[in-house]
Write a protein of this length. Sequence first.
Length: 290
Amino acid sequence: MLAEASGRYRAVGVDDADPAAVSVAVVWQHEPGSLQRYPNLSLVHSLGHGVEQILDDPGLPDVQVARLVDPGIPAAIARWTTRIVLSHTQREEEYREHQAAGRWRPMRRRYPESVRVGVLGLGEVGRAVAGMARGVMHPVAGWRATDEPVPGVHVLTGRDGLRDLFETSSVVINTLPSTPDTRHLVDRELLAALPDGAWFVNVGRGDVVSESVLLAALDDGLPALAHLDVFEEEPLPADSELWSHPNVRITPHVSGPTSTRTALPPLVENIHRVLDGLEPNHVVDRARGY
Ligand code: GLV
């Protein structure tokens, strides 16, 4: 919490703040309803790129909500997904199996030029993921709501474009946030359209695909492997079948951590904008959910 005081602002603990002095709340997974305590709030600022947990608060005051656009997050996620794409082309999973079986079997390497990467969402994260995949020589298709071009990326839109992306990509990477339009967007039909051996990677939000749909699709062999960093429910419940599925690799929402070094400058700039009576950057369209 940052409250205006005799200086420009001062940082205070949630419990010590004079509620009337608080104009900006910087939150991540706050307690629903808790922001109602601040009658003079003018901005709720997310500490991450995602804002669904803020917008889902039925007691959210009627003030602007801003996303954190921290350049460190897209870069970290792009490094993460590039590692996965490279492990696909370099057949790491197969070599691991061969090692377990004590088998020496050199395999033909996949050429990156023939492995298309499909990126769902071409916002800050999607563009970084696409750019790094291009940097390691992969052709990239990207899906977004509008056909606004992205250099070096074959941009697809609409349901036909989505189907095209799934049919032609060997690694599909979801970077989409959770909004009313993206919830369960990736359905059984799209997953079944993937080429043989294709992988699905989720570093956006878990509810873009329902867990039961994904499990059924995995049981049918497509995707051949899912790398999941985000889930419909987090932490992933202990009884989720995803934990033990042989074709699932799980990490606990760590692909794009917010780091103080890169997050503070855009955050402080936005707070100054509010204190100066300016429009903050990256204001969320509440109806769109992002
Ligand atoms: C992390 O998930 C974020 O929203 O930044």
